[in-house]
Design a protein around this ligand. Structure first.
Ligand code: 5AD
Ligand code: SF4
Length: 436
């Protein structure tokens, strides 16, 4: 087999997929593939897909359609679908789009080398099992060598919450935590390769139970790693924010003051129909407790508008919750029917009602985000510089609050954490200068 094959991976959806794509590239590296950033000269194209909303899934089929010309020009080109659409639709994908050679679910991608052997003989390969073997154990150790200063590290997968709208418990399976010694070893290796900030990932990361004391216990264990300066985690469920984790926000210096804590709705009626298992009031009180521990925390959330049965009053309750909590940033979506989920059985709201509500909700969230950005002007933040900006002499990094920030800085500041005075605020980024 030639040792210089080119692999193009396109990643959709959440950060878990970003992490998985990296691991898939690593495992296929063992088969002689190196990554390329264009599909045009690729020997294999892998789409690492997201199934969370209908639009995300449909996009995959139109994207596959676009590769037809490439496949016609190069019959040896192999096309694979990975991730959550692969898990949910399996063989259907090959039926609907026969030029697809390989379909691999998020729990089986350590088997990609064998699947690659199979497709090279002209066969199709399908693996959407939830195998007994631990994919993280089978995967090769991560490559040593210079890495970017920030990295994702998956510590938990799957979800047992079964929110009525969500496909994740079906596509990603039951909650599983990786044993902490393996997570800690992987973190050490990342740090040895130049990583200074690690974001711990899980569909329900604060339900992590691979270490005594849960996620907080793991965070404190990682806190001991010299050279690791920043720890973040995402995504969390309000009901798994336990006392020790809340406390860690106030006492662990390496744990950054940013928290993504989705609530989805501010109406108790809708929260119950969503099977969220908490009230709006309980969420607001939880936020108060976390802010007591870390007053400058930047809070982020997820919202769904137009869940089946949502009335004008339910929507107004969501708006009121947003006004009460005040978010530094947030993500919001129209409800999207996902086949197989309990909410899919219920009558849907008209599209125009959903659009109108989403617009109003996004306007409110945007105004809060802009106010939060503006409030940073005149402050000094600590920035971990990650990459060069578009302009000469400019670097881009992240503040402790996860603001993207531009600053004139020498190239040797890349990978360093420096004090930056914030001079200007835009809706999505800040600009500043190094404090001497
Ligand atoms: N429709 C709309 N948004 C959804 N999300 C999850 N499932 C759906 C759905 N069926 C949103 C939730 C979740 C985020 C990752 O995606 O807000 O927190
Ligand atoms: Fe989906 Fe998150 Fe609910 Fe789990 S907790 S079912 S991943 S929305």
């Amino acid at each position: 087999m030639s040792a210089d094959k080119k692999l193009f991976i396109k990643t959709y959806g959440c950060q878990m997929n970003v992490y998985d794509s990296e691991r898939m590239a690593e495992v296929l590296g063992g088969k002689g593939y190196t990554q390329t950033d264009t599909p045009d000269d690729a020997d294999m194209i892998l789409l690492n897909t997201c199934h969370i909303r209908e639009k995300a899934a449909e996009k995959i089929y139109s994207e596959l359609g676009r590769f037809k010309g490439l496949k016609a020009a190069n019959p040896d080109l192999k096309i694979g679908v990975a991730g959550c659409v692969a898990q949910a639709e399996g063989e259907e994908i090959i039926k609907r789009q026969p030029m697809v050679d390989l379909v691999v679910g998020p729990q089986s991608y350590h088997r990609l080398p064998a699947m690659d052997d199979a497709i090279q003989t002209g066969a199709k390969a399908l693996d959407i099992d939830f195998p007994e073997d631990d994919k993280f154990e089978t995967l090769k150790k991560r490559k040593k060598g210079k890495r970017a200063p920030t990295a994702f590290l998956t510590v938990q997968e799957g979800c047992d919450k079964f929110c009525a709208f969500c496909v994740v418990p079906y596509t990603r399976g039951a909650e599983v935590s990786r044993p902490s010694d393996r997570v800690i070893n992987e973190a050490r290796e990342l740090v040895e390769s130049g990583v200074r900030e690690i974001t711990l990932l899980g569909q329900n990361v604060n339900a992590y139970n691979g270490h005594e004391g849960g996620l907080a216990g793991l965070i404190w264990a990682l806190d001991k790693i010299d050279g690791l300066d920043r720890i973040r985690f995402t995504t969390s469920h309000p009901n798994d924010m336990d006392d020790v984790l809340i406390e860690a926000h106030g006492t662990c210096d390496k744990l950054m003051p940013y928290l993504h804590l989705p609530v989805q709705s501010g109406s108790d009626r809708i929260l119950q129909a969503m099977n969220r298992k908490h009230t709006a009031e309980e969420y607001v009180r939880l936020i108060e407790r976390i802010r007591d521990a870390r007053p400058d925390l930047l809070l982020s959330g997820d919202f769904i508008v137009g869940f089946p049965g949502e009335t004008d009053q339910d929507f107004e309750d969501t708006m009121e919750l947003i006004r009460t909590v005040n978010y530094g940033q947030a993500y919001s979506f129209k409800y999207s029917t996902r086949p197989g989920t309990p909410a899919a059985e219920k009558p849907q709201l008209p599209e125009d009602v959903m659009s109108e509500r989403l617009q109003a909700l996004q306007a409110l969230l945007k105004s809060q985000q802009i106010a939060a950005q503006d409030s940073m002007v005149g402050r000094t933040v600590k920035v971990l510089f990650e990459k060069k900006g578009r302009e000469d002499g400019q670097l881009i990094g992240k503040s402790e609050y996860l603001h993207a920030i531009y600053a004139d800085a020498p190239e040797d500041a890349l990978g360093d954490i420096r004090d930056v005075y914030v001079a200007e605020a835009g809706p999505n980024s800040l600009a500043g200068r190094l404090v001497a």
